[in-house]
Design a protein around this ligand. Structure first.
Ligand SMILES: *[C@@H]1O[C@H](CO)[C@@H](O)[C@H](O)[C@H]1NC(C)=O
Ligand SMILES: [Ca+2]
Ligand SMILES: [Ca+2]
Length: 377
């Protein structure tokens, strides 16, 4: 356990004041505008913040201790971490990462869509260059990690995870006794985990190229560590999301559906009762199903929410910062990008500046991650 904590501290200790200002890709943009109507927090909640395990489930804390991490995450368990995944015409290995050039950018916004989330103020941030996974970590990739390490996820240890009610079978629904009062569409489902995204009667066999779900922050850190990577800081994630554009809502510009096209897997219809699936998917989509942003990254917004390394706070300095890594302590971790469940009416969080949080042991059917690395993969 001590070793594991030391490892985490090592991972989190990634700031320093050395900075490089690199070149930014110059992208030209047609003037696209869309009115931003700020929503009150209660109207815009995915209910995600309410998914605190302690609030709804009786858990055995001691079972979440990871046994003998030194063995599980030692280099020897990672001798051959490559595997090949074919999606459409593209075949690539687990370690495909893209160089995100260092530079400066304006983080946050002075025109927050959801003010209580701490999206403002807009502030200048300098970042060193880093490499980022081109897509969300897929089920296939996570399976390689599990096969190599025997890692047991927190959802498996706790015995349950949060699933969006609209995805459940009648059989599973009939066994549900609890729900999250403020967000009744979230239900803790026994036997839901990354292999069984909608409970025991579901499987990932037809979704190996979809983002892995039901991973806690600790599970995500364990995966990235195994792959010799780490979680992105919130600043790195947001910089990467913006894809070299300035002052835009989305990774591709300001218009949600340029020329009537969908650029991300979100929710169309009425939340939470009717998902029209106009973008082609009512649940997760295979990674890389929508256009890449200016840095070549896929699904930065939508599909699955993505954990970042930072502790959550809504108070930010306006001072210029170099490689910020968030507060030194906290109770929740920051997640970014929104998911296939996000609709403007409830979760206008599929913007680069948007943010939300969960306790590090939370897991859910719309929350995943991707990793970054300072070195060339
Ligand atoms: C993991 O192990 C299972 C069972 O042996 C196997 O079916 C699966 O293909 C393996 N997955 C990867 C990605 O290696
Ligand atoms: Ca969708
Ligand atoms: Ca995403």
């Amino acid at each position: 356990m001590l070793l594991y904590c030391a490892y985490l501290l090592f991972l989190l200790n990634i700031t320093d004041d050395v900075h490089c200002i690199g070149s930014k890709p110059e992208l030209s943009l047609e003037a696209e505008t869309e009115t931003v109507v700020p929503l009150a927090a209660e109207d815009s909640s995915c209910g995600c913040q309410n998914m605190k395990r302690d609030a709804v489930v009786d858990i055995k804390r001691e079972s979440s201790v990871i046994e003998n991490p030194a063995v599980k995450y030692s280099k020897t368990s990672n001798d051959n971490p490559t595997d090949t995944l074919t999606i459409g015409q593209v075949s690539y290995t687990r370690s495909q990462m893209l160089l995100i050039p260092g530079g400066e950018f304006l983080m946050g916004t002075d025109d927050p869509g959801i003010p209580p989330d701490g999206e403002s103020p807009k502030r200048k941030v300098h970042l060193k260059p880093f490499y980022m996974d081109v897509h969300e970590v897929s089920n296939h990739q996570f399976q390689s990690f599990i096969n190599a390490t025997g890692h047991i996820t927190e959802a498996e240890r706790f015995g349950d995870s949060f699933v969006f009610e609209g995805l459940l079978s009648e059989e599973v629904k009939s066994q549900i006794t609890q729900a999250v009062a403020a967000a009744p569409w979230w239900v803790p489902v026994r036997g839901a985990d990354w292999r069984h995204p909608e409970g025991p009667d579901s499987s990932i066999s037809d979704r190996l190229d979809h983002p892995v779900l039901h991973v806690s922050w600790d599970d995500a850190v364990a995966y990235c560590t195994w792959a010799h990577k780490r979680l992105p800081t919130e600043a790195e994630w947001e910089y990467a999301c913006r894809g070299g554009l300035q002052d835009r809502l989305y990774p591709w510009g300001n218009k949600l559906n340029p020329k009537g096209q969908h650029y991300a897997n979100l929710w169309q219809g009425e939340f939470p009762t009717h998902n029209s699936g106009e973008d082609g998917y009512t649940k997760t989509s295979p990674v890389m199903s929508f256009p890449a942003n200016g840095y070549g990254l896929y699904d930065m917004v939508g599909n699955a929410w993505e954990w970042t390394a930072d502790w959550w706070t809504v108070h930010h300095t306006t001072e210029e910062q170099h490689n910020p890594a968030g507060p030194l302590s906290g109770t929740d971790r920051v997640k970014k990008g929104g998911s296939y469940m996000c609709h403007k009416s409830y979760c206008y969080r599929y913007r680069c500046a948007a943010r939300s949080q969960n306790t590090p042991d939370s897991s859910a059917s719309n929350l995943g991650f991707r990793c970054v690395s300072q070195e060339q993969p």
